[in-house]
Design a protein around this ligand. Structure first.
Ligand code: HAM
Length: 427
């Protein structure tokens, strides 16, 4: 029997002893989640939680049949009633489905929502790429304005900034209108036609199914061929160009550095107009911390009102890994303030009641309950990183006083058991 974990997924643990597994420690995830909750509250984004699986059709229609996600990476299964269901590979489609289904956009056509949760993609396993990853995503529905674009990008940027991340690149591009993309696709195909045999097998396939995605190829030979390829930016109509310029003006006002990347196309079909991605140097091949863009036609395509929208999704694994690589401030795991060590049965009972009353006051107190010897109990206090220890034996019970010993310094101070609460509240 093989009870080991499935390929491409991971546990998030209270503590991971390996150096390379530090990013899987739960306190780091809590730290990010707390910042996300604080920020989204201030920025006016409300939380939405959608199911982990949906009808397969939803993703096929929204992400697009020609994309890698839909054609190769979906975890699709049939339930007992033979319905085709898929573990969500991303969050946007589900959020749109929920808004349409619950008719939330009728009374409130402007909605700003966020989510945190796991997404599933059957991808080849490599550093920074998992079969279950976690996203912080935000979606702003109802406003088609460069100010909305700027606000959404600024939310993402502020999150990364708040974590202390540096040396990131914000890549920006515009996919223009569907007409712009159509004309560009033909031009790109015409340019590549004489070199078709030289393209990687993946790009040859995309040539037929989704030519724009060839621009995203990581294959060195493809990249070389693409150097002189036509640029999507040159195919934008005047309105789209102006729109991008307006956003650039706002990014400059907000002092958010960016770089125009005419080859940025993103891997989902629902995008229209502006797209963006933030990358970090430290991450190697899978260097995207998050990305998003406008998707002004998706709601209508899914049977909802014709409202514009913009959003992003950010990969929490990669963000934590980058924080660790850049050595940004990350809080230590939580640890007890006090570890009580009773010696003997009478002390055990006394310490237990003391533990409960101190905890009632909000103080993080732990104790030795197994009746183990002093040495072992001290070791556990040390493992838990307790700030203070107090040994309670016959003498302490008689005098009603304990020695509160600070583990880091070894300095002990004597105090009455009854005043432990006030002493601990003031350390
Ligand atoms: P995405 O670019 O496919 O966009 O994913 C967003 C982010 O999730 C990526 O930049 C990356 O950090 C992380 N990510 C994706 N796949 C993996 C993986 N296999 N392992 C680890 N991390 C991964 C979306 O999903 C869109 N829904 C974003 C969006 C929201 N656009 C508009 N609204």
């Amino acid at each position: 029997m093989d009870n080991s974990i499935a390929k491409g997924v991971f546990d998030i643990l209270p503590c991971d002893p390996s150096e390379e597994g530090k990013w899987r420690e739960i306190h780091l995830w809590h730290y990010l989640e707390t910042i996300i909750k604080e920020l989204t509250q201030v920025w006016g984004y409300r939380e939405i939680r959608t199911p982990l699986f949906e009808k397969s059709e939803l993703f096929e229609r929204s992400i697009g049949e020609g994309t890698d996600i839909v054609s190769k990476e979906m975890y699709t299964f049939f339930d007992k009633a033979n319905r085709s269901l898929t573990l969500r590979p991303e969050g946007t489609a589900s959020v749109m489905r929920a808004l349409i289904e619950k008719k939330l956009l009728i009374d409130q056509p402007i909605q700003k929502l966020y989510y945190i949760g796991p997404m599933f993609r059957y991808e080849r396993q490599q550093a920074g790429r998992y079969r279950q990853h976690h996203q912080f995503g935000a979606e702003a529905i109802g406003i088609n304005s460069p100010y909305q674009d700027a606000e959404l990008i600024a939310l993402f940027y502020t999150f990364l900034h708040r974590l202390g991340l540096k040396d990131l690149t914000l890549h920006l591009n515009s996919l223009g209108t569907s007409q712009n993309r159509k004309v560009f696709s033909s031009a790109l195909k015409a340019y590549l036609a004489p070199h078709l045999q030289l393209l990687s097998p993946e790009s040859q396939e995309r040539y037929e199914t989704n030519p724009l995605r060839i621009l995203d190829s990581k294959d060195p030979k493809d990249k070389q061929l693409l150097e002189k390829a036509p640029l999507l930016l040159d195919f934008l109509d005047e309105d789209e160009k102006q729109r991008l310029d307006d956003l650039i003006g706002l990014l400059k006002q907000m002092a958010i550095p960016f770089s125009i990347n005419p080859k940025l196309v993103r891997g989902l079909d629902y995008y229209t107009g502006m797209v963006f991605e933030v990358t970090a140097k430290e991450l190697g091949a899978q260097n995207s911390l998050g990305g998003g863009g406008r998707y002004d036609t998706l709601l209508k395509e899914l049977g909802g009102p014709p409202l514009p929208a913009i959003g992003f999704g950010a990969g929490l694994e990669r963000i934590i890994q980058t924080c660790l690589k850049q050595k940004t401030f990350l809080p230590p795991p939580s640890s007890p303030l006090l570890y009580l060590i009773p010696l003997g049965d009478v002390a055990l009972n006394r310490c237990f009641l003391l533990l409960l009353s101190l905890r009632k006051q909000g103080l993080a107190v732990e104790m030795e309950m197994g009746g183990r010897k002093l040495g072992k109990a001290m070791k556990r206090a040390d493992n838990l990183n307790a700030r203070y220890v107090a040994v309670v034996g016959e003498e302490e019970l008689k005098t009603e006083r304990v020695h509160l010993k600070e583990m880091a310094t070894g300095i002990a101070r004597e105090c009455p058991i009854n005043s432990l609460e006030s002493v601990l509240k003031n350390v």
